[in-house]
Unconditional design. Sequence first.
Lengths: 245, 235
Amino acid sequence: MTLDWWGLGLQAINVLILVWLLSRVFWRPVAGAISGRQKAALAMLDDAKAAQAKADAALAEVEEAKAGIAADRETVLADAKATAEKDAKTAMAAAQAKTDALVAAARADIDRNRETARKDTAKKAVGLSVEIAAKLLGRFNTPGVQAAFRTNLIVAIVGMSASDRATLTTVAVDIDIVTATDPETAERTEIERTINEALGGTPCLRFVTDPDLIAGLELRSAHFVLHNSWRADLQTILNEVENAG
Amino acid sequence: MNSPLDATVLVQIGPVAITQAIATTWVIMAILVIGAFALTRRLALRPTRPQAALELIVTTLDTQITETTGAAPAPYRAFIGTLFVFILVANWSSLLPGVAPPTAQLETDASLAVLVFLSVIWFGVRAGGLGGWLKSFAAPNPVMIPLNILQSLTRVFSMFVRLFGNVMSGVFVIGIVASLAGLLVPIPLMALDLLTGLVQAYIFAVLAMVFITSAVEDGTAQTDDPTPSLTEKEP
Protein backbone atom coordinates (compact mmCIF):
# COMPACT_ATOMS: atom_id res chain seq x y z
CA MET A 1 0.00 0.00 0.00
CA THR A 2 1.46 3.30 -1.09
CA LEU A 3 0.30 6.82 -0.38
CA ASP A 4 -0.05 9.20 -3.32
CA TRP A 5 1.29 12.44 -1.90
CA TRP A 6 0.18 14.40 -4.94
CA GLY A 7 -3.27 13.04 -4.56
CA LEU A 8 -3.19 13.82 -0.83
CA GLY A 9 -2.19 17.39 -1.51
CA LEU A 10 -4.74 17.77 -4.25
CA GLN A 11 -7.53 16.45 -2.03
CA ALA A 12 -6.42 18.76 0.77
CA ILE A 13 -6.57 21.67 -1.63
CA ASN A 14 -9.96 20.49 -2.85
CA VAL A 15 -11.32 20.38 0.69
CA LEU A 16 -9.82 23.75 1.50
CA ILE A 17 -11.46 25.21 -1.60
CA LEU A 18 -14.70 23.55 -0.64
CA VAL A 19 -14.44 25.02 2.86
CA TRP A 20 -13.84 28.45 1.39
CA LEU A 21 -16.65 28.16 -1.18
CA LEU A 22 -19.20 26.78 1.25
CA SER A 23 -18.20 29.42 3.71
CA ARG A 24 -19.02 31.99 1.05
CA VAL A 25 -22.19 30.54 -0.41
CA PHE A 26 -23.66 28.55 2.44
CA TRP A 27 -22.48 29.00 6.02
CA ARG A 28 -22.20 32.77 6.11
CA PRO A 29 -25.44 33.50 4.22
CA VAL A 30 -27.47 31.07 6.30
CA ALA A 31 -25.87 32.22 9.55
CA GLY A 32 -26.42 35.79 8.40
CA ALA A 33 -30.06 35.05 7.74
CA ILE A 34 -30.42 33.55 11.21
CA SER A 35 -28.60 36.47 12.75
CA GLY A 36 -30.67 38.92 10.73
CA ARG A 37 -33.87 37.29 11.89
CA GLN A 38 -32.65 37.33 15.46
CA LYS A 39 -31.78 41.00 15.12
CA ALA A 40 -35.14 41.69 13.50
CA ALA A 41 -36.86 39.78 16.28
CA LEU A 42 -34.87 41.70 18.89
CA ALA A 43 -35.69 44.93 17.10
CA MET A 44 -39.34 43.96 17.04
CA LEU A 45 -39.14 43.07 20.71
CA ASP A 46 -37.48 46.40 21.43
CA ASP A 47 -40.11 48.16 19.35
CA ALA A 48 -42.80 46.20 21.13
CA LYS A 49 -41.27 47.08 24.50
CA ALA A 50 -41.05 50.72 23.47
CA ALA A 51 -44.61 50.61 22.21
CA GLN A 52 -45.68 48.91 25.40
CA ALA A 53 -43.85 51.51 27.48
CA LYS A 54 -45.47 54.21 25.41
CA ALA A 55 -48.85 52.55 25.79
CA ASP A 56 -48.26 52.18 29.53
CA ALA A 57 -47.33 55.85 29.75
CA ALA A 58 -50.39 56.79 27.72
CA LEU A 59 -52.49 54.54 29.92
CA ALA A 60 -51.04 56.17 33.01
CA GLU A 61 -51.81 59.57 31.53
CA VAL A 62 -55.32 58.43 30.73
CA GLU A 63 -55.72 57.09 34.26
CA GLU A 64 -54.40 60.34 35.66
CA ALA A 65 -56.67 62.34 33.41
CA LYS A 66 -59.56 60.08 34.39
CA ALA A 67 -58.76 60.63 38.04
CA GLY A 68 -58.59 64.37 37.41
CA ILE A 69 -61.88 64.25 35.55
CA ALA A 70 -63.43 62.27 38.36
CA ALA A 71 -62.14 64.78 40.91
CA ASP A 72 -63.41 67.67 38.79
CA ARG A 73 -66.70 65.88 38.38
CA GLU A 74 -66.99 65.42 42.12
CA THR A 75 -66.12 69.07 42.67
CA VAL A 76 -68.58 70.24 40.04
CA LEU A 77 -71.26 67.95 41.41
CA ALA A 78 -70.60 69.17 44.95
CA ASP A 79 -70.72 72.80 43.82
CA ALA A 80 -73.84 72.16 41.78
CA LYS A 81 -75.41 70.37 44.71
CA ALA A 82 -74.52 73.18 47.09
CA THR A 83 -75.79 75.79 44.62
CA ALA A 84 -78.94 73.79 44.01
CA GLU A 85 -79.53 73.39 47.74
CA LYS A 86 -78.89 77.09 48.28
CA ASP A 87 -81.21 78.03 45.40
CA ALA A 88 -83.76 75.54 46.63
CA LYS A 89 -83.62 77.01 50.12
CA THR A 90 -83.89 80.51 48.72
CA ALA A 91 -86.73 79.52 46.45
CA MET A 92 -88.36 77.62 49.31
CA ALA A 93 -88.01 80.60 51.61
CA ALA A 94 -89.36 82.94 48.94
CA ALA A 95 -92.20 80.57 48.20
CA GLN A 96 -92.89 80.18 51.92
CA ALA A 97 -92.89 83.96 52.37
CA LYS A 98 -95.10 84.38 49.34
CA THR A 99 -97.37 81.62 50.58
CA ASP A 100 -97.49 83.16 54.04
CA ALA A 101 -98.29 86.51 52.50
CA LEU A 102 -100.97 84.96 50.33
CA VAL A 103 -102.36 83.05 53.30
CA ALA A 104 -102.31 86.18 55.42
CA ALA A 105 -103.93 88.17 52.63
CA ALA A 106 -106.47 85.41 52.13
CA ARG A 107 -107.19 85.31 55.84
CA ALA A 108 -107.51 89.08 55.90
CA ASP A 109 -109.87 88.90 52.92
CA ILE A 110 -111.78 86.12 54.57
CA ASP A 111 -111.99 88.07 57.82
CA ARG A 112 -112.96 91.20 55.96
CA ASN A 113 -115.52 89.37 53.89
CA ARG A 114 -116.75 87.59 56.95
CA GLU A 115 -117.01 90.93 58.80
CA THR A 116 -118.68 92.51 55.84
CA ALA A 117 -121.03 89.57 55.57
CA ARG A 118 -121.64 89.68 59.26
CA LYS A 119 -122.37 93.40 59.10
CA ASP A 120 -124.58 92.93 56.07
CA THR A 121 -126.34 90.08 57.81
CA ALA A 122 -126.68 92.13 60.98
CA LYS A 123 -127.89 95.07 58.94
CA LYS A 124 -130.38 92.92 57.15
CA ALA A 125 -131.40 91.35 60.42
CA VAL A 126 -131.82 94.77 62.02
CA GLY A 127 -133.69 96.02 58.98
CA LEU A 128 -135.85 92.93 59.05
CA SER A 129 -136.39 93.37 62.76
CA VAL A 130 -137.29 96.99 62.28
CA GLU A 131 -139.62 96.02 59.46
CA ILE A 132 -141.23 93.32 61.61
CA ALA A 133 -141.48 95.75 64.51
CA ALA A 134 -143.00 98.36 62.19
CA LYS A 135 -145.59 95.89 61.00
CA LEU A 136 -146.34 94.82 64.54
CA LEU A 137 -146.49 98.37 65.79
CA GLY A 138 -148.75 99.29 62.86
CA ARG A 139 -151.41 97.06 64.41
CA PHE A 140 -151.25 99.09 67.63
CA ASN A 141 -152.03 102.46 66.04
CA THR A 142 -154.90 103.01 68.42
CA PRO A 143 -156.39 106.32 69.63
CA GLY A 144 -154.69 105.83 72.92
CA VAL A 145 -151.36 105.51 71.18
CA GLN A 146 -152.17 108.63 69.17
CA ALA A 147 -153.02 110.47 72.33
CA ALA A 148 -149.77 109.38 73.87
CA PHE A 149 -147.82 110.60 70.86
CA ARG A 150 -149.77 113.88 70.95
CA THR A 151 -148.82 114.27 74.61
CA ASN A 152 -145.21 113.46 73.84
CA LEU A 153 -145.23 116.07 71.03
CA ILE A 154 -146.63 118.72 73.35
CA VAL A 155 -143.98 117.82 75.95
CA ALA A 156 -141.27 118.06 73.30
CA ILE A 157 -142.51 121.45 72.11
CA VAL A 158 -142.67 122.68 75.66
CA GLY A 159 -139.19 121.39 76.19
CA MET A 160 -137.90 123.57 73.33
CA SER A 161 -136.39 126.96 74.08
CA ALA A 162 -138.68 129.95 73.97
CA SER A 163 -136.72 131.46 71.13
CA ASP A 164 -137.16 128.34 69.04
CA ARG A 165 -140.87 128.33 69.76
CA ALA A 166 -141.04 132.02 68.87
CA THR A 167 -139.21 131.40 65.62
CA LEU A 168 -141.68 128.72 64.68
CA THR A 169 -144.60 130.96 65.38
CA THR A 170 -143.25 134.09 63.72
CA VAL A 171 -141.75 132.82 60.54
CA ALA A 172 -144.23 132.80 57.79
CA VAL A 173 -143.60 129.23 56.86
CA ASP A 174 -146.07 126.41 56.77
CA ILE A 175 -145.57 123.82 59.45
CA ASP A 176 -146.69 120.37 58.49
CA ILE A 177 -148.36 118.23 61.07
CA VAL A 178 -147.55 114.75 59.85
CA THR A 179 -149.72 111.84 60.95
CA ALA A 180 -149.83 108.21 59.99
CA THR A 181 -153.50 108.24 59.33
CA ASP A 182 -155.76 111.01 58.23
CA PRO A 183 -157.36 112.31 61.48
CA GLU A 184 -160.90 113.28 61.73
CA THR A 185 -161.89 116.96 61.86
CA ALA A 186 -162.44 117.05 65.58
CA GLU A 187 -159.21 115.42 66.20
CA ARG A 188 -157.47 117.80 63.82
CA THR A 189 -158.93 120.74 65.67
CA GLU A 190 -157.84 119.32 68.97
CA ILE A 191 -154.33 118.74 67.63
CA GLU A 192 -154.10 122.29 66.23
CA ARG A 193 -155.28 123.77 69.47
CA THR A 194 -152.86 121.88 71.67
CA ILE A 195 -149.94 122.65 69.37
CA ASN A 196 -150.77 126.31 69.24
CA GLU A 197 -151.00 126.40 72.97
CA ALA A 198 -147.68 124.68 73.32
CA LEU A 199 -145.99 126.99 70.86
CA GLY A 200 -147.63 130.04 72.25
CA GLY A 201 -148.71 131.37 68.89
CA THR A 202 -150.74 130.65 65.79
CA PRO A 203 -148.46 129.40 63.13
CA CYS A 204 -149.69 128.25 59.79
CA LEU A 205 -150.34 124.57 60.34
CA ARG A 206 -151.15 122.01 57.63
CA PHE A 207 -151.96 118.32 58.07
CA VAL A 208 -149.99 115.80 56.03
CA THR A 209 -150.57 112.06 56.06
CA ASP A 210 -147.54 109.78 55.96
CA PRO A 211 -148.24 106.10 56.54
CA ASP A 212 -144.56 105.50 57.03
CA LEU A 213 -144.80 107.00 60.46
CA ILE A 214 -146.62 103.82 61.53
CA ALA A 215 -147.98 105.75 64.42
CA GLY A 216 -147.17 109.17 65.80
CA LEU A 217 -147.33 112.89 65.26
CA GLU A 218 -144.52 115.03 63.93
CA LEU A 219 -143.88 118.64 63.05
CA ARG A 220 -141.98 119.47 59.88
CA SER A 221 -141.03 122.67 58.21
CA ALA A 222 -138.45 123.69 55.70
CA HIS A 223 -135.75 123.92 58.32
CA PHE A 224 -137.19 122.06 61.25
CA VAL A 225 -138.34 118.54 62.03
CA LEU A 226 -139.65 117.33 65.35
CA HIS A 227 -139.73 113.57 65.24
CA ASN A 228 -142.35 111.87 67.28
CA SER A 229 -143.35 108.55 65.76
CA TRP A 230 -142.56 104.88 65.90
CA ARG A 231 -140.86 105.28 62.58
CA ALA A 232 -138.50 107.79 64.12
CA ASP A 233 -138.02 105.58 67.17
CA LEU A 234 -137.30 102.56 64.99
CA GLN A 235 -134.91 104.64 62.89
CA THR A 236 -133.18 105.78 66.05
CA ILE A 237 -132.86 102.15 67.21
CA LEU A 238 -131.66 101.12 63.77
CA ASN A 239 -129.00 103.84 63.75
CA GLU A 240 -127.86 102.96 67.24
CA VAL A 241 -127.59 99.25 66.33
CA GLU A 242 -125.66 100.02 63.17
CA ASN A 243 -123.36 102.38 65.00
CA ALA A 244 -122.85 99.80 67.72
CA GLY A 245 -121.96 97.08 65.16
CA MET B 1 -12.54 -7.31 -8.16
CA ASN B 2 -9.87 -4.70 -7.63
CA SER B 3 -8.34 -4.11 -4.24
CA PRO B 4 -10.06 -1.29 -2.41
CA LEU B 5 -6.64 0.02 -1.56
CA ASP B 6 -5.86 0.65 -5.20
CA ALA B 7 -6.83 3.98 -6.75
CA THR B 8 -8.27 4.10 -10.22
CA VAL B 9 -6.29 6.66 -12.18
CA LEU B 10 -8.37 8.49 -14.74
CA VAL B 11 -5.84 10.99 -16.04
CA GLN B 12 -2.16 11.32 -15.41
CA ILE B 13 -0.90 14.90 -15.59
CA GLY B 14 2.83 14.73 -15.04
CA PRO B 15 3.40 13.50 -11.54
CA VAL B 16 -0.20 14.19 -10.57
CA ALA B 17 -2.57 11.33 -11.03
CA ILE B 18 -6.20 12.35 -11.31
CA THR B 19 -7.86 9.43 -9.65
CA GLN B 20 -11.52 8.52 -9.54
CA ALA B 21 -11.61 9.72 -5.94
CA ILE B 22 -10.37 13.15 -6.96
CA ALA B 23 -12.86 13.35 -9.79
CA THR B 24 -15.66 12.26 -7.47
CA THR B 25 -14.51 14.87 -5.00
CA TRP B 26 -14.77 17.52 -7.69
CA VAL B 27 -18.26 16.38 -8.55
CA ILE B 28 -19.25 16.42 -4.93
CA MET B 29 -17.73 19.87 -4.55
CA ALA B 30 -19.62 21.11 -7.58
CA ILE B 31 -22.89 19.65 -6.36
CA LEU B 32 -22.44 21.06 -2.88
CA VAL B 33 -21.40 24.51 -4.03
CA ILE B 34 -24.04 24.81 -6.73
CA GLY B 35 -26.71 23.36 -4.48
CA ALA B 36 -25.71 25.66 -1.64
CA PHE B 37 -25.70 28.64 -3.96
CA ALA B 38 -29.10 27.72 -5.34
CA LEU B 39 -30.55 27.22 -1.89
CA THR B 40 -29.08 30.33 -0.34
CA ARG B 41 -29.68 32.63 -3.30
CA ARG B 42 -33.03 33.89 -2.05
CA LEU B 43 -32.83 33.92 1.70
CA ALA B 44 -35.59 35.96 3.22
CA LEU B 45 -36.48 37.24 6.64
CA ARG B 46 -39.61 35.10 6.51
CA PRO B 47 -38.10 31.66 5.68
CA THR B 48 -39.44 29.14 3.22
CA ARG B 49 -39.42 25.43 4.04
CA PRO B 50 -36.00 24.82 2.36
CA GLN B 51 -34.54 27.86 4.08
CA ALA B 52 -35.95 26.69 7.38
CA ALA B 53 -34.30 23.29 6.82
CA LEU B 54 -30.97 24.94 6.04
CA GLU B 55 -31.25 27.13 9.10
CA LEU B 56 -32.08 24.07 11.17
CA ILE B 57 -28.89 22.39 9.94
CA VAL B 58 -26.78 25.44 10.72
CA THR B 59 -28.43 25.95 14.08
CA THR B 60 -27.87 22.32 15.01
CA LEU B 61 -24.22 22.57 13.97
CA ASP B 62 -23.80 25.77 15.98
CA THR B 63 -25.37 24.08 18.98
CA GLN B 64 -22.99 21.15 18.68
CA ILE B 65 -19.99 23.46 18.40
CA THR B 66 -21.14 25.56 21.33
CA GLU B 67 -21.78 22.51 23.50
CA THR B 68 -18.39 21.11 22.60
CA THR B 69 -16.25 24.22 22.83
CA GLY B 70 -18.32 26.51 24.99
CA ALA B 71 -17.34 29.30 22.63
CA ALA B 72 -19.02 31.15 19.82
CA PRO B 73 -19.45 28.84 16.82
CA ALA B 74 -18.71 31.36 14.07
CA PRO B 75 -14.90 30.78 13.74
CA TYR B 76 -15.29 27.00 13.50
CA ARG B 77 -18.58 26.73 11.67
CA ALA B 78 -17.29 26.74 8.11
CA PHE B 79 -14.44 24.26 8.68
CA ILE B 80 -16.27 21.79 10.94
CA GLY B 81 -19.51 22.06 8.98
CA THR B 82 -17.79 21.56 5.65
CA LEU B 83 -15.86 18.58 6.98
CA PHE B 84 -19.09 16.98 8.17
CA VAL B 85 -21.07 17.69 5.00
CA PHE B 86 -18.26 16.62 2.67
CA ILE B 87 -17.51 13.38 4.53
CA LEU B 88 -21.23 12.59 4.78
CA VAL B 89 -21.89 13.17 1.09
CA ALA B 90 -18.69 11.36 0.18
CA ASN B 91 -19.64 8.37 2.33
CA TRP B 92 -23.16 8.26 0.92
CA SER B 93 -21.95 8.57 -2.64
CA SER B 94 -21.20 4.85 -2.48
CA LEU B 95 -24.92 4.27 -2.89
CA LEU B 96 -24.72 5.43 -6.47
CA PRO B 97 -23.89 2.60 -8.81
CA GLY B 98 -20.37 2.72 -10.11
CA VAL B 99 -19.29 5.48 -7.72
CA ALA B 100 -16.58 4.77 -5.20
CA PRO B 101 -16.65 7.08 -2.20
CA PRO B 102 -13.61 9.35 -2.04
CA THR B 103 -13.34 8.65 1.68
CA ALA B 104 -12.61 5.02 0.84
CA GLN B 105 -9.23 6.20 -0.48
CA LEU B 106 -6.29 6.81 1.83
CA GLU B 107 -5.34 10.09 0.18
CA THR B 108 -8.73 11.68 0.84
CA ASP B 109 -8.89 10.63 4.50
CA ALA B 110 -5.23 11.53 5.00
CA SER B 111 -5.79 14.95 3.48
CA LEU B 112 -8.73 15.50 5.81
CA ALA B 113 -6.60 14.43 8.77
CA VAL B 114 -3.77 16.72 7.66
CA LEU B 115 -6.26 19.60 7.42
CA VAL B 116 -7.48 18.85 10.93
CA PHE B 117 -3.88 18.69 12.16
CA LEU B 118 -3.11 22.04 10.54
CA SER B 119 -6.32 23.59 11.80
CA VAL B 120 -5.49 22.49 15.33
CA ILE B 121 -2.17 24.28 15.01
CA TRP B 122 -3.84 27.30 13.40
CA PHE B 123 -6.54 27.72 16.01
CA GLY B 124 -4.13 26.93 18.83
CA VAL B 125 -1.62 29.54 17.70
CA ARG B 126 -4.37 32.04 17.07
CA ALA B 127 -5.79 31.52 20.55
CA GLY B 128 -2.62 31.45 22.63
CA GLY B 129 0.06 32.65 20.32
CA LEU B 130 2.94 30.56 19.06
CA GLY B 131 4.53 30.50 22.49
CA GLY B 132 1.38 29.46 24.23
CA TRP B 133 0.74 26.73 21.70
CA LEU B 134 4.31 25.42 22.04
CA LYS B 135 4.10 25.58 25.82
CA SER B 136 1.00 23.47 25.73
CA PHE B 137 3.21 20.55 24.71
CA ALA B 138 5.16 20.97 27.97
CA ALA B 139 2.07 20.51 30.09
CA PRO B 140 1.87 19.33 32.77
CA ASN B 141 5.68 19.15 32.69
CA PRO B 142 8.39 19.13 30.05
CA VAL B 143 8.77 15.39 30.38
CA MET B 144 5.47 15.11 28.60
CA ILE B 145 6.67 16.95 25.47
CA PRO B 146 7.51 13.79 23.45
CA LEU B 147 4.29 12.15 24.53
CA ASN B 148 2.21 15.21 23.69
CA ILE B 149 3.81 15.53 20.27
CA LEU B 150 3.24 11.85 19.66
CA GLN B 151 -0.32 12.19 20.84
CA SER B 152 -1.04 15.07 18.50
CA LEU B 153 0.22 12.96 15.61
CA THR B 154 -1.34 9.67 16.57
CA ARG B 155 -4.77 11.06 17.29
CA VAL B 156 -4.90 12.59 13.83
CA PHE B 157 -3.59 9.37 12.39
CA SER B 158 -6.26 7.44 14.25
CA MET B 159 -8.91 9.74 12.82
CA PHE B 160 -8.10 9.09 9.23
CA VAL B 161 -7.44 5.40 9.81
CA ARG B 162 -10.83 5.08 11.53
CA LEU B 163 -12.62 6.86 8.72
CA PHE B 164 -10.74 5.01 6.03
CA GLY B 165 -11.23 1.63 7.69
CA ASN B 166 -14.95 2.03 8.20
CA VAL B 167 -15.76 3.38 4.77
CA MET B 168 -13.38 1.14 2.89
CA SER B 169 -14.58 -1.93 4.77
CA GLY B 170 -18.17 -1.07 4.02
CA VAL B 171 -17.46 -0.69 0.34
CA PHE B 172 -15.37 -3.83 0.38
CA VAL B 173 -18.00 -5.92 2.14
CA ILE B 174 -20.76 -4.66 -0.12
CA GLY B 175 -18.60 -5.40 -3.16
CA ILE B 176 -17.91 -8.91 -1.94
CA VAL B 177 -21.55 -9.61 -1.09
CA ALA B 178 -22.72 -8.15 -4.38
CA SER B 179 -20.27 -10.25 -6.33
CA LEU B 180 -21.32 -13.39 -4.48
CA ALA B 181 -25.06 -13.07 -3.78
CA GLY B 182 -26.53 -10.87 -6.43
CA LEU B 183 -28.01 -7.42 -6.81
CA LEU B 184 -30.57 -7.08 -3.95
CA VAL B 185 -28.76 -8.91 -1.17
CA PRO B 186 -26.35 -6.04 -0.30
CA ILE B 187 -29.25 -3.63 0.29
CA PRO B 188 -29.33 -4.19 4.10
CA LEU B 189 -25.60 -3.74 4.16
CA MET B 190 -25.99 -0.56 2.12
CA ALA B 191 -28.51 0.72 4.65
CA LEU B 192 -26.05 -0.09 7.37
CA ASP B 193 -23.44 1.70 5.31
CA LEU B 194 -25.67 4.80 5.34
CA LEU B 195 -25.69 4.73 9.13
CA THR B 196 -21.97 4.07 9.22
CA GLY B 197 -21.30 6.95 6.87
CA LEU B 198 -23.37 9.30 9.01
CA VAL B 199 -21.76 8.16 12.23
CA GLN B 200 -18.25 8.39 10.80
CA ALA B 201 -18.88 11.87 9.46
CA TYR B 202 -20.23 12.91 12.83
CA ILE B 203 -17.31 11.31 14.70
CA PHE B 204 -14.74 12.90 12.43
CA ALA B 205 -16.29 16.34 12.78
CA VAL B 206 -16.70 16.05 16.53
CA LEU B 207 -13.17 14.77 17.00
CA ALA B 208 -11.83 17.63 14.91
CA MET B 209 -13.80 20.03 17.06
CA VAL B 210 -12.54 18.40 20.24
CA PHE B 211 -8.93 18.57 19.09
CA ILE B 212 -9.27 22.21 18.09
CA THR B 213 -10.96 23.03 21.37
CA SER B 214 -8.22 21.25 23.28
CA ALA B 215 -5.55 23.21 21.45
CA VAL B 216 -7.37 26.48 22.00
CA GLU B 217 -7.92 25.83 25.70
CA ASP B 218 -4.36 24.61 26.23
CA GLY B 219 -2.90 27.60 24.40
CA THR B 220 -5.13 30.00 26.33
CA ALA B 221 -4.30 28.30 29.61
CA GLN B 222 -0.59 28.55 28.91
CA THR B 223 -0.99 32.24 28.15
CA ASP B 224 -3.27 33.20 31.07
CA ASP B 225 -2.42 30.68 33.77
CA PRO B 226 0.79 28.75 34.25
CA THR B 227 -1.25 25.91 35.71
CA PRO B 228 -1.83 23.43 32.90
CA SER B 229 -5.31 22.17 32.25
CA LEU B 230 -5.92 19.46 29.77
CA THR B 231 -9.57 19.02 28.96
CA GLU B 232 -9.27 16.91 25.92
CA LYS B 233 -12.36 14.92 25.35
CA GLU B 234 -12.76 12.01 23.04
CA PRO B 235 -16.00 10.23 22.39
